[in-house]
Design a protein around this ligand. Structure first.
Ligand code: HEC
Length: 101
């Protein structure tokens, strides 16, 4: 009788442990962990890269040497709206353009 009880209890504990382990590593959770790690290691685009991509869409991207710093400020305000860029991205582009003229 005692051995039967022991076997049943051991069996139940095993069942619970496996159940907990399986629910902890459900695919959804694993997936969200992976995307978090991906976010952490995401490489941000540089101002030069963004300039090459965004400013070539409608016209040839103007060279940094084409305008002075004051002009780049105004152009950035203007083209941010045209290109629908985030504040962060246009700031990077503007910094790049000013640094290379
Ligand atoms: C959605 C299209 C579009 C994108 C993307 C775009 N431009 Fe323009 N750009 C224009 C148009 C259209 C003009 C002509 C002036 C006007 O009507 O706004 C122009 C004019 C300019 C001029 C001439 C001076 C001026 O302000 O009119 C410069 C310099 C310029 N763009 C730089 C850039 C830079 C730098 C980027 C990248 C951040 C960029 N553009 C992205 C459409 C665009």
């Amino acid at each position: 009788m005692k051995t039967i009880l022991k076997t049943v209890i051991t069996g139940l504990l095993l069942f619970l442990t496996v159940g907990i382990l399986v629910s902890c590593s459900s695919s959804k959770e694993v997936y969200s962990k992976i995307t978090k790690v991906e976010d952490e290691f995401k490489i941000e685009k540089s101002g030069a890269q963004l300039w090459g991509e965004a400013c070539n869409r409608c016209h040839l991207a103007p060279s940094p040497a084409d305008y002075n710093d004051t002009d780049w400020r105004t152009i950035s305000l203007h083209m941010r709206v045209r290109a629908n860029l985030t504040e962060k991205d246009i700031t990077k582009i503007e910094t790049f353009l000013k640094s290379a003229n």
